[in-house]
Ligand binder design. Structure first.
Ligand code: DX5
Ligand code: ZN
Length: 220
């Protein structure tokens, strides 16, 4: 059987923001598949990262831009996110109050020609995303509590990934499984074995001496 394609997405949160241009070029030169962009509002998560000025600053770099919205009421800001050339927008299941609003948001993102993902916190069951999965491009499984880089991987993500893999494969859904938080060469192996398609890694990649090698290491 052909080897499965694994995508790696360095998380910009761990970059050195004094040198944003240099860091973006480092990511691209390292052949990262995606760049993962964490937007936090200080409400949905107990931290604030960055938003529109940074999205705008990186909008023309030639790399797939994976925007992870950790914000309450994503509806309120979605148009401004869309203006900045995202290649994928993922919002949190827990941040949208009703099923009909979730459907509306998925449709709004898709109507703009942009793939859409839903992310779930560690305490949220995969059952919550199943009603939407056939329309989703990505399910993002958080393997840490969202808000900060550099946390320890939570093993509870493994079963979620396995269950999602079975559901996606047995129904021929096109949805990718992305994992975010605490990814290093040991945890990468575990999530790939469980069935993940996309690995987000912040600290591990940005702290590496050689990002290109570190990315290869994660895919092994
Ligand atoms: C956490 C963010 C992650 C974070 C991952 O809330 O969503 O994308 O940057 O960082 P590491 O890989 O250091 O756990
Ligand atoms: Zn993230």
């Amino acid at each position: 059987m052909a080897k499965k394609i694994i995508r790696v997405a360095p998380s910009l949160l761990a970059a050195d923001f004094r040198f944003l241009d240099k860091e973006m070029k480092r990511v691209i030169k390292s052949r990262a598949d995606w760049i993962h962009i964490d937007v936090m509002d200080g409400h949905f998560v107990p931290n604030i990262s960055f938003a529109f000025p940074i999205l705008e600053a990186i909008k023309d770099y030639m790399i797939f831009k994976d925007v992870h919205l950790m914000i309450d009421d994503p509806f309120k800001y979605i148009e401004k996110v869309i203006e900045n050339n995202p290649d994928l927008i993922t919002f949190h299941y827990e941040a949208v109050k009703s099923k009909s609003k979730i459907k509306k948001l998925i449709n709004l993102i898709h109507d703009n020609g942009i793939p859409c993902g839903i992310s779930i916190k560690p305490e949220t069951s995969i059952d919550e995303v199943l009603p939407f999965i056939k329309d989703l491009d990505v399910v993002l499984v958080m393997s840490v509590n969202p808000g900060f880089g550099g946390q320890k991987f939570m093993d509870s993500a493994i079963n979620k990934i396995k269950e999602l893999r079975t559901i996606i494969d047995s129904n021929d859904y096109e949805c990718l499984i992305e994992v975010d938080g605490g990814i290093n060469k040991d945890t990468a192996k575990k999530v790939i074995d469980a069935g993940a398609d996309v690995l987000v890694a912040g600290s591990y990649l940005f702290k590496s001496e050689n990002m290109k090698e570190a990315i290869k290491e994660l895919k092994k």
